[in-house]
Design a protein around this ligand. Sequence first.
Ligand code: AHG
Ligand code: MN
Ligand code: MN
Ligand code: MN
Length: 322
Amino acid sequence: MQRLRETLSLQGLPSELQQLILTLADCGVEISQLVRGGALAGVLGVADSENVQGETQKKLDIIANDLIKDKLGANPLVKGIASEEETDVVAANTDGQYLVCFDPLDGSSNIDINSLVGTIFSVLPAPQGEVNEAAFMQPGTNQPCACYILYGPATVMALTTGQGTQMYSLDPASNEFVLVDEQVTVPAQTGEFAINMSNQRFWQAPMQDYIADLISGKEGPRGRNFNMRWIAAMVGDVHRVLSRGGLFTYPQDTKNPDKPFKLRLMYEANPMSFLVEQAGGKASTGYERIMAIEPEQIHQRVAVILGSADEVDTCLGYHSKG
Ligand code: AHG
Ligand code: MN
Ligand code: MN
Ligand code: MN
């Protein structure tokens, strides 16, 4: 049985990064306890506020955000933070060497139905000088570390520091993350896809054509049947992809003309892409590698297509046609 701190030390990571990861894990342990408390912990339901994303905040969005903000602020290694639930980036410790972007509670609409939710972290090196939005404008390839904590029947953490992707499970007796898979591997091929089908009429032509071919099954051009899953929490869908392969996408759509993309680059797309790529999968917008995007805004949104490498390539083929 190898605990998180032991694995990190065996990986030979800088001690500062090890310390930071233990703080991220600690946030996960505390949020996990709150999620488990459910109605009894008073964490369910909506708050009377809207975030910068234009979404009504759930109580747990705010509770998780404040908890992480406090914990990261108390770690001198953290120079600044950016969160889905914060309008602006926040300066923390002047001498810190890391910036942390996070989605405190992914899958907010699942909270009140007792379904999967999680927390996503992306770490970036802190440049010299002031903590402002410009300091965060770094591509995903700069991430020394990304992880998510999924609050499911078991609380699990997927972590990458660029040495493959590791999976940990939270031991409820000791409240420690224990290594359960030292090299997560996403199979290159799959028979499973994840997309919100209710948006079908709003997709662009390449995604329309790709999904139409998948659901035409054995009789269609793919010559086999595909199965569909949609958890409505990226963290749950990506966890399934890491566990058994699959293709997950939230494509561009015209449902809301002001918001052609749903998922956020800095809090969702980049960290998940790093985890998936390190497990042998691929992550693209349809036209470029997600981790190569030079960000322009902290709350920027992108199209996401990620998962089993061959299936992502097949989907990209539809995007490069004429
Ligand atoms: P969040 O709860 O952090 O705002 O993110 C929700 C995201 C993502 O987790 C999920 O894949 C997607 O929204 C679900 O969207 P639909 O409600 O359109 O299915
Ligand atoms: Mn949200
Ligand atoms: Mn999210
Ligand atoms: Mn969220």
